[in-house]
Design a protein around this ligand. Structure first.
Ligand code: NAP
Ligand code: MG
Length: 485
């Protein structure tokens, strides 16, 4: 077996890397403001690296308050001058065009997403990019049908939306934010996350090619201070934020008693619940998909596994067996299941939680797969015999770390699952429809998946209860976040 081959329970998978030549990247990206790439007033640029190799792949402009001001004013000008006056069916045509161009350039987007963020190409290719295109298609269809979405209410746009996104689904989050805003007649300023700015700038190039009137979409990059300047800018009529609960709280305080509307999509600590009558093999796939998918960098990750006592041993045995076959490594390899952790600091956060779990006395299992020598990596990790009071059960880890807790009755598992400050999502695995309905009505979670996990569709609204935020993205609900009556 050559060094590069991966030993996998008797199967040898030869490397199947996607070629980087499918993507062209500039050495440097300026800010996309008023339809043009413009130099930052700050004069500053920062580097973005490939977390799988630690190589610098490009550098991007850091927008300061003056740059944010320029972008917000460009969005206001486009809103009053062009976009809010345009026939809705014309607006829809631009959105359809953006959707088609994303499809045409899907391969390039997938490669750049995997290089900049570390997620496996299989996911960026099969999940992130097609879903991003589908969101534009879906909201393109609504643009001239707002009277049907909100009958007899004459929905009006809000104005300028300041949109701030995290690093775990960079292109998809941009699509979730931009598509409904534009469909309803708003204009936007979007800020990408510091570690994953590149697909947003690829989207800026595509938007230029789509001929969108200048200033309707402005895309900038920067750090937390850039986001704060957007939130506090007087031209912002709407703040759409996806990120941590801590920053969500800062934003909510900052806009208190202003005219600004907000949707906050924040953290999560989802319960994935397995009953003894569940299809166990499928449930194990669902557990793996729920927490090891995208390195656990998923707000709705099924990070707490509740297993009915009678099937606990068999579920854990099968899960360990399945975990041993997961391939951790090069995100551009089509065989890879778990890519690179997004940044050094996120890896440190995850490693810190693993230490906490050990100190708290939970039993840890990790696979012994080989890890590349450079880059940021974490083996799939399982903590059994965790208890409700453990920090690894209470706090969001945002990495491939699963905590297992057993239960005996339905009421017990509902109480335990709801015992968290979060309420974004949950999963339930059982043969009985009645159990599913019982749980979906009693779980305080915005999304409950039954006998599946991490399924997304532009038609389904997504969003949280409690400290997972408020407002919904996707579906008709996602439109209502961008209109007033
Ligand atoms: P984060 O630190 O809150 O950052 C999110 C975005 O906000 C980034 O663009 C960030 O810029 C920016 N930001 C930081 N401080 C800010 C401030 N004071 N004012 C305005 N913007 C600010 O979150 P993260 O750690 O990158 O992302 C992971 C979190 O996002 C997790 O908690 C996860 O659960 C949550 N998430 C939720 C959903 C959902 O739909 N509910 C989806 C995905 C992720 P920088 O990049 O420069 O820090
Ligand atoms: Mg990067």
């Amino acid at each position: 077996m050559s060094k590069k081959e991966t030993k996998l329970q008797g199967w040898n998978y030869s490397p199947a890397p996607e070629s980087k030549s499918g993507a062209s990247l500039k050495k440097q990206y300026d800010l996309f403001i008023g339809g043009k790439m413009v130099k930052p007033t700050s004069g500053k640029y920062f580097k973005t690296i490939n977390p799988a190799t630690e190589e610098v792949i490009s550098e991007v402009a850091e927008a300061n308050a003056a740059d944010v001001d320029k972008a917000m004013k460009a969005a206001r000008k486009a809103y009053t001058g062009v976009w809010s006056k345009m026939k809705a069916s014309e607006r829809g045509k631009y959105l359809f065009r953006i959707a088609r161009l994303i499809q045409e350039r899907a391969r390039e987007f997938a490669i750049v997403e995997s290089m900049d963020g570390g997620k496996p190409i299989r996911e960026s290719r099969d999940v992130d990019v097609p879903l991003a295109a589908n969101h534009f298609f879906y909201y393109a269809g609504w643009a001239d049908k707002l009277d049907y979405a909100f009958p007899n209410r004459q929905a009006q746009p809000l104005g300028v939306a300041a949109q701030i996104i995290p690093w775990n689904f960079p292109l998809l989050m941009a699509a979730w934010k931009i598509a409904p805003a534009l469909a309803c007649g708003n204009t936007v300023v979007l800020k990408s996350a510091e570690t994953t700015p590149l697909t947003a700038y690829k989207l800026a190039e595509l938007i230029q090619d789509a001929g969108l009137p200048e200033g309707v979409v402005n895309i900038i990059s920067g750090a937390g201070a850039t986001g704060a300047a957007m939130v506090n800018h007087p031209e912002a009529d709407k703040i759409a934020f996806t990120g941590s609960t801590d920053v969500g709280k800062i934003i909510q305080k900052a806009i208190a008693a202003t005219h600004k509307k907000a949707t906050l999509e924040l953290g999560g600590k989802a319960a994935n619940i397995i009953f003894e009558d569940a299809p166990i093999d499928q449930a194990v796939e669902g557990i793996v998909n729920g927490i090891y998918f995208n390195q656990g960098h998923v707000c709705c990750a099924g990070s707490r596994l509740f297993v009915e006592e009678s099937v606990k041993d068999v579920v854990i045995a099968k899960l360990k067996h399945r975990m041993a076959s997961l391939i951790v490594g090069d995100p551009l390899d089509k065989n890879t299941d778990i890519g690179a952790i997004n940044s050094r600091s996120q890896l440190q956060t995850i490693e810190n939680y693993i230490r906490i779990g050990l100190d708290e006395g939970a039993d840890m299992f990790q696979t012994d797969c080989k890890l590349p020598s450079k880059g940021f990596w974490c083996r799939p990790t399982l903590f059994t015999d965790a208890s409700q009071s453990h920090r690894i059960v209470q706090e969001e880890i945002f990495g491939p770390v699963l905590a297992v807790i057993s239960f005996r009755t339905i009421d017990e598992v509902i109480a335990k699952a709801n015992n968290t400050p979060y309420g974004l999502s949950a999963g339930v695995w059982t043969d009985k429809g009645s159990k599913i309905f019982n749980l979906t009505t009693k779980m305080r979670a915005g999304v409950v998946w039954a006998n599946t996990y991490n399924k997304f569709d532009p038609v389904s609204p997504f969003g949280g209860y409690k400290e997972s935020g408020f407002g919904r993205e996707g579906g008709l609900h996602g439109l209502s976040a961008y209109v007033q009556f």
